[in-house]
Design a protein around this ligand. Structure first.
Ligand code: GDP
Ligand code: MG
Length: 309
């Protein structure tokens, strides 16, 4: 699973790297577009996240650019009323990315459901593209007045009509995104990228089990670091992971009386991992106190949590 390939030297001159938040109502085609944009590279379907942190969803590394797509808290407006913390986190997240893509579906148009997002964009003022997806499903003559109308709703940097399904317009969008990224070094080491999807997927399996069993401060103070994924000669996986918490008291809760809690999290997560990897999994799970792990950029990178600039 490790990629030992030497990375070609990258001069900071021509290389661009940055963070992109992908927003839009359910079913507008966000997942389909992401798969299209990153091709066969790294795609992570991130399950429901209850945190207020941005999580890396996919990374598109090409010879001259690295684009990190984030799942940004609170930008997909949940059905239930959001609390103030979520709204604040959403605004902050949007202020800290290099670009926001607001995806809408051409057959539906820009509707009341997008008003919330446009309001956030107007408050946080990040550069934003409007991406009009599913153009394969509408007549061209309907599209033009629609685009004209949408262009007046917000000061979009650019508007891209495309079809994530057929690929039409996706190259132009992809080039437009790269061009918008600031000049800078790659954000993640190659080895990290090659492991990223599996690592994050496994970490999510563990985090889900913690979320199911704990409440209040624990879910927000716990991070899961998948340290090793090894496949043995029998085809079975050995996974080591650590639950990072802020305080001793939280460690106590996660371990539980006589280790019950940790055992139960581990057993359930192992089952989920085995069905994800389609092979038996042996999981070693540890709990460590690491004060202020949230403020440690290298830790956040290891966790696949973006460190915004
Ligand atoms: P998400 O909820 O925003 O992630 O949307 P999905 O990517 O899951 O897509 C929702 C549905 O729209 C799926 O059935 C997709 O196949 C479909 N879809 C996505 N992109 C397009 C497109 O460009 N054209 C058409 N016709 N359907 C699309
Ligand atoms: Mg989706």
């Amino acid at each position: 699973m490790r990629c030992a390939k030497e990375e070609p030297p990258v001069s900071s001159e021509g290389f661009r790297s940055g963070f992109v938040a992908l927003a839009g109502r359910p079913n507008v085609g966000k997942s389909t577009l992401l798969n299209r944009l990153i091709g066969s590279k790294v795609s992570i379907v991130s399950p429901v996240s209850q945190t207020t942190r941005s999580v890396v969803r996919a990374v598109d590394r090409s010879p001259h650019a690295e684009v990190v797509y984030l799942d940004t808290p609170g930008v997909h407006r949940p059905r239930f009323r959001m609390n103030r913390e979520m709204v604040r986190a959403a605004r902050e997240a949007l202020e800290n990315v290099d670009l926001v893509l607001l995806l809408v579906a051409a057959p539906d148009g820009l509707g009341p459901g997008d008003a919330y997002m446009i309001r956030l964009l107007q408050e946080a003022k990040p550069p934003a593209f409007l991406v009009i997806n599913k153009i394969d499903a509408v007549a061209r003559e309907k599209l033009l007045p629609w685009i004209d109308q949408a262009s007046r709703r917000h000061a979009w940097e650019e508007i891209f009509p495309c079809s994530a399904l057929t690929g039409e317009g996706c190259e132009a969008l992809s080039a437009g995104i790269r061009k918008r990224m600031p000049i800078g070094q790659p954000l993640f080491p190659e080895e990290f990228l090659s492991d990223l999807p599996v690592r994050l997927a496994l970490a999510e399996r563990i985090r889900e089990q913690v979320l199911l069993r704990t409440r209040e401060e624990i879910p927000h103070s716990t991070a899961v670091l998948v340290e090793e994924i090894r496949r043995d000669e029998k085809g079975e996986y050995r996974v080591s992971a650590t639950l990072l918490v802020d305080r001793e008291s939280q460690k106590g809760i996660l371990i539980g009386r006589g280790g019950e809690m940790l055992k139960s999290v581990g057993q359930a997560a192992r089952g989920e991992m085995a069905s994800y990897l389609e092979a038996p999994v042996h999981l070693s799970l540890w709990v460590k106190v690491k004060k202020n792990w949230r403020d440690d950029p290298s830790m956040l990178r290891l966790l696949g949590i973006a460190t915004h600039r």
